[in-house]
Design a protein around this ligand. Structure first.
Ligand code: NA7
Length: 561
């Protein structure tokens, strides 16, 4: 064990059943969640070890350095709220911060709260195994080191395992290819080169305008057209920031109980029954303001009422037709067949206008799918698109993928991969049956990705660490869910989703983007406010209503000399 597990009087340092462990809490991942877990745990006197595969802290924001990468929730909200000092001293320069700025922020947080001493970089966790005698987790790394801890928290990120299409011939390609989520740190010089981008989700839509400016020629291979609205990104003025900071705590408090985790000044009313002309005015205002919330929250029934949703979808389709010069290209870019917002609504800067550039070409894969990669390019039907560089903006094995990438073994050697083979499930999105003391951050069955992930992360971290602290004080050694409660929660998550328009799209929210992944709608769609109340209620009732607590063991431990 290196210096990172500093024994300062937590469970591990106290002796007792789990006393031989290296730390009280082992955390996998040093992104937004992992950093806050380390801070929160050590503040309560717990010892913590954070294991991070990257060579820097940052998680998703370390790996996703593709051109144009930035957040799609405003930075004043897409940032930690737990420290008033931090939010007062940090200065975001743009409405939506770019990846380098977010990474600088996370490094600042690591330094400011002295977190680096708990973090081991360049260390990928490959396995986690629960020892039923010692009641500890043993994490094994790709460097063959082990770390033991009473609790294990998977802060592995909902969007961290790249989805790489299994295309025949890729190994024969003589050019270069990259996945956007593994973009080289030094960047890629695309000047004077022919580039092909596969994928038009949020990532492709951010990257394509930037790549088009640099590359000699750009081919975009699109399978499903996406709804995208202007971000209207811009620099933040001192006056604007001062105004936010004067009442930051209140803004954050509103965000914590907002359905999407994004604070809002007004409570929307239903759009059903509102005359088309009035709706259009509201959409024009939202389009001019920029961002997802002004449009998605124009009406309270936007994601439940098909007719209201269709009115916004038509509005965005018309905008695409107005922006894109060539009618055939505009038609190919226009999304149909699923509700707006049922896949994550994309934000862009000049995405559709990019197709008016003479060096940009759109290929509609719905007409002719990719057949194979050749030595010189991408073959679709009769056409070979020759290219020097292929960029895969093909998304992630989302929400559950980073957890199942690790060989997690619980009681009686139960495998989490096997348990989730018929669909990922976890009580409150926090714990899966048979895996005592193993917590998931933003796991399946939590709001996960349906809004401001930062608000979701902070809630989970606080709930998890408060839970561990409470068990410690009560002398309870294990907490776990049961298969019944996992299934009950998953059914509730399904029922909530079924009352919305979300299931009407084939999306990564339901695992539809990864071949072979079981289809189950993974995020809890009733909003952070409802979810938070449900989790808080569980804690207030001593966790026992949802989880099994090992009182018996703690009594046994008390009798020991
Ligand atoms: P997404 O939203 O999953 O988008 C991936 C894109 O790649 C999407 O257009 C896919 O088309 C396309 N794709 C995936 N596999 C293939 C294959 N085999 N062939 C052709 N096209 C393919 O991922 P993003 O990275 O853009 O965004 C993920 C989240 O990150 C985003 O919501 C933000 O929250 C941040 P499809 O739609 O499946 O037909």
């Amino acid at each position: 064990m290196k210096e990172s597990a500093v024994h300062t009087g937590g469970m591990a340092g106290r002796g007792g059943k789990q006393g031989g462990a290296d730390a009280d809490v082992a955390v996998v991942g040093a992104g937004f969640a992992g950093l806050y877990l380390a801070h929160r745990a050590t503040t309560l006197g717990l010892t913590v070890v954070v294991l991070e595969a990257g060579e820097s802290v940052g998680g998703t924001w370390y790996w996703n350095r593709y051109p144009g990468a930035r957040c799609d929730v405003e930075s004043i909200d897409y940032s930690y709220s737990f420290s008033e000092e931090l939010q007062q001293e940090w200065r975001w320069t743009e409405r939506y911060a770019s990846q380098p700025e977010i990474l600088r922020y996370l490094n600042h947080v690591a330094d400011r709260f002295d977190l680096r001493r708990h973090i081991r970089l360049n260390t990928r966790v490959t396995a986690a195994r629960f020892d039923e005698d010692a009641l500890t987790w043993t994490l094994t790394t790709d460097t063959d080191e082990t770390v033991t801890a009473a609790f294990c928290v998977m802060a592995t990120g909902g969007l961290s395992v790249p989805n790489r299409p299994d295309l025949p011939g890729l190994d024969d390609f003589r050019g270069e290819w990259y996945h956007t989520a593994r973009w080289p740190a030094g960047g890629v010089d695309l000047r004077g080169r022919r580039v092909a981008v596969v994928g038009t989700g949020s990532t492709g839509i951010q990257a394509i305008p930037m790549i088009a400016r640099e590359a000699d020629h750009l081919i975009v291979l699109q399978r499903t057209p996406n709804f995208s609205v202007p971000a209207r990104n811009r620099p933040l003025s001192e006056a604007e920031l001062a105004k936010v900071k004067a009442t930051y705590a209140r803004r954050r408090a509103r965000g914590r109980i907002a359905p999407s985790g994004v604070p809002s000044d007004r409570e929307p009313s239903p759009g059903r029954g509102v005359p088309p002309e009035r709706r259009r005015q509201a959409y024009e205002a939202g389009w001019a303001e920029g961002g997802a919330s002004p449009l998605l929250r124009a009406y309270s029934d936007m994601l439940v009422d098909e007719e209201v949703n269709a009115s916004l979808a038509d509005f965005v389709r018309d905008k695409i037709g107005e922006i894109v010069d060539d009618p055939a290209t505009a038609a190919a870019l226009t999304p149909y067949g699923y509700p707006l917002g049922a896949k994550r609504l994309c934000l862009d800067t000049d995405y559709f206008a990019t197709y008016n550039r003479p060096n940009v070409e759109l290929v509609d894969l719905r007409k002719t799918p990719i057949e194979r990669i050749t030595e010189t390019g991408i073959q679709t039907g009769d056409t070979l698109y020759e290219t020097d560089v292929i960029v895969f903006a093909t998304g992630f094995d989302a929400i559950s993928g980073a957890v199942t990438a690790i060989d997690v073994r619980g009681r009686a050697d139960r495998s989490l991969r096997d348990y989730w083979r018929t669909g990922p499930r976890a009580t409150l999105g926090l714990m899966a049956a048979g895996f005592p003391n193993l917590f998931l951050v933003n796991g399946p069955g939590s709001p996960a990705v349906l809004g401001n992930v930062l608000a979701f992360i902070e809630h989970h971290v606080e709930w998890i660490i408060d839970c561990i602290d409470s068990l410690r004080r009560d002398g309870i050694h294990t907490i776990e869910s049961s298969e019944d409660s996992d299934e009950r929660w998953a059914v509730q998550v399904d029922e909530i989703a079924a009352a919305t328009l979300y299931p009407k799209a084939e999306s990564w929210f339901a695992g539809a983007n990864v071949p072979g992944k079981p289809r189950r709608f993974l995020p809890y769609a009733a909003g952070l406010h409802t979810y938070r109340a449900r989790c808080d209620d569980s804690a207030a009732r001593g966790y026992g209503a949802d989880f099994v607590l090992d009182h018996a063991l703690s009594k046994h431990a008390e009798k020991r000399p």
